[in-house]
Design a protein around this ligand. Structure first.
Ligand SMILES: Cc1ncc(COP(=O)(O)O)c(C=O)c1O
Length: 471
């Protein structure tokens, strides 16, 4: 056991470890190569009876744990969407851990509640989110979307769903491209997966507003109660953007909650040239984006905004005697703005990042990523054996190996093989999607410390592994 007054005696071990990790990170295999069970088999069956020295634990960290880590902060982590971080965010997270504050209500740390309110406000002002909307930090976009759907469920039922249970005729709509968290939320909310209606998309893979309206009209005729439409600003597969203005107008016409899922692409709203993505948001009801994806703030940190915070609070509020305080009504008690009671002090890392970078620093980094993606997609386009599957957008390119003499199945198999070679090389980590049924590789260029020089390595690894596929 280390006494608190001994903190200084050991802290260098930890900070040196982190410093060394950051220095070596780029040379580690991006994706952990271990086999299932490799880590658990090295861990003893029982916890130690007597406390162990920090040096012993640190040695096992290197020996057992590190080989089983996929390095999400590696500049060549191009898989999924990033969960990027920054030095500023890491510093703040260390302080957050030291404070160990549990920020469920204003009184349990007034600074946490008021900093959270201000950080959400700072971001909203620069992202083009309407001024009267209010924000709250949630853990993940999945939780925020669940919160949106639960709130949407209460509106048409006049809060009866909360009291008596969920009526069987509620319906939720999203596109065929929307994230799986919508389906999960509909299941958890008791609305039922069969009442999630997936609307078809256009050639840009964005939701077709005309088909949405036709479905709503049809459902109303059949006695269903449409309660929520979830649109995407940046789908997970191809970063497609649904027509927010047209869909907001439809939702307003039929009095349906409109939730916008901008988990990844939302960060780009800090660039004025991308604010067209949310034109029409003032008619929507809620919006979510993840600073923990592309805004240099380490996981977890999600910004959730609502037009009418009263409906949100009315949905979640519960007031046992032990949580009654004298400040109620004057301040935000964020426990009423989401699912958990206990809350981490996440606003601190946002504060460090937003102040450390400044708007200009953020914009410069985001634009650099977008420019790199442009260069990468030009390389793909010029390559005789590659093709762009959809036009590149923001910092994401969907592409594949293409040979006109191959069948669809042969092309899919070749692309699967190529992806395996790339990831097995340990030098890059990419993931795939299916676009119109075709196996497609995704390149996401969103790592905080990504440089132009990394593009050369990407091209080298892609070229050398492609040769293996073709031979
Ligand atoms: C569009 C979209 N929505 C929601 C999510 C879920 O995010 P989280 O992990 O924060 O729940 C993702 C994750 O990639 C996403 O791409």
């Amino acid at each position: 056991m280390i006494a608190r007054h001994e903190f200084k005696d050991y802290v260098d071990q930890i900070t040196n470890w982190i410093h060394q990790y950051f220095s070596e990170l780029e040379h580690l295999p991006v994706k952990s190569p271990v086999q299932p069970g490799a880590i658990i088999s090295q861990l003893p069956d029982d916890m130690p009876t007597e406390g162990e020295a920090l040096a012993t634990i640190m040695a096992d960290l290197d020996k057992i744990i590190l080989p089983g880590i996929t390095h999400w902060q590696h500049p060549h982590f191009h898989a999924y969407f990033p969960a990027n971080s920054s030095v500023e965010s890491v510093y703040a997270e260390m302080i957050t851990a030291a404070l160990g504050a549990q920020c469920m209500i204003w009184e349990t740390s007034p600074a946490a509640a008021e900093l959270e309110e201000k950080m959400m406000d700072w971001l909203a002002r620069k992202m083009g989110i309407p001024a009267h909307w209010e924000g709250v930090i949630q853990d993940t976009a999945s939780s925020a979307t669940l919160v949106a759907i639960l709130t949407a469920r209460e509106k048409p039922t006049a809060f009866e769903a909360n009291e008596k249970g969920v009526p069987p005729n509620l319906r939720v709509y999203c596109s065929t491209q929307t994230h799986s968290s919508i389906e999960k939320s509909v299941k958890i909310a008791g609305i039922g997966r069969q009442n999630l209606i997936k609307i078809d998309v256009d050639e840009a893979l964005a939701m077709r507003a005309d088909l949405l309206e036709a479905q709503i009209i049809d459902d109303l005729h059949q006695g269903y109660q449409p309660c929520c439409v979830v649109t995407a600003v940046g789908t997970t597969s191809t970063v497609a953007v649904d027509p927010i203005e047209a869909i907001s107008a439809i939702c307003e016409k039929y009095d349906i909650w409109h939730h916008i899922d901008a988990a990844y692409a939302g960060t780009a709203l800090l660039l004025p040239e991308y604010q067209w993505m949310i034109t029409g948001i003032e008619k929507a009801d809620s919006f979510v984006f993840n600073p923990h994806k592309w805004l240099f703030t380490n996981f977890d940190c999600t910004g959730y905004y609502v037009k009418d915070a009263d409906i949100l609070i009315k949905t979640f509020e519960i007031l046992p005697e032990y949580l009654k305080t004298r400040t109620r009504g004057q301040v935000n008690d964020y426990r009423d703005w989401g699912i958990p009671l206990g809350r981490r002090f996440r606003a601190l890392k946002l504060w460090f990042v937003l102040r450390g970078y400044g708007l200009q620093g953020i914009q410069t980094t985001l634009r650099a990523h977008i420019r790199l993606n442009q260069q990468f997609s030009e390389w793909v386009e010029a390559h005789p054996d590659l093709e762009l599957v959809v036009p590149p957008f923001l910092n994401v390119t969907c592409f594949r190996f293409y040979d006109p003499d191959m069948s669809k199945d042969e092309l899919d198999a070749s692309n699967e093989k190529w992806l395996r070679y790339i990831n097995d090389s340990g030098q890059l980590y990419l993931t795939h999607t299916r676009v119109n049924g075709h196996m497609t590789l995704r390149m996401v260029l969103g790592q905080t410390y990504l440089q132009a020089s990394h593009l050369t390595r990407i091209q080298d690894v892609l070229s050398s592994t492609l040769t293996l596929v073709e031979t």
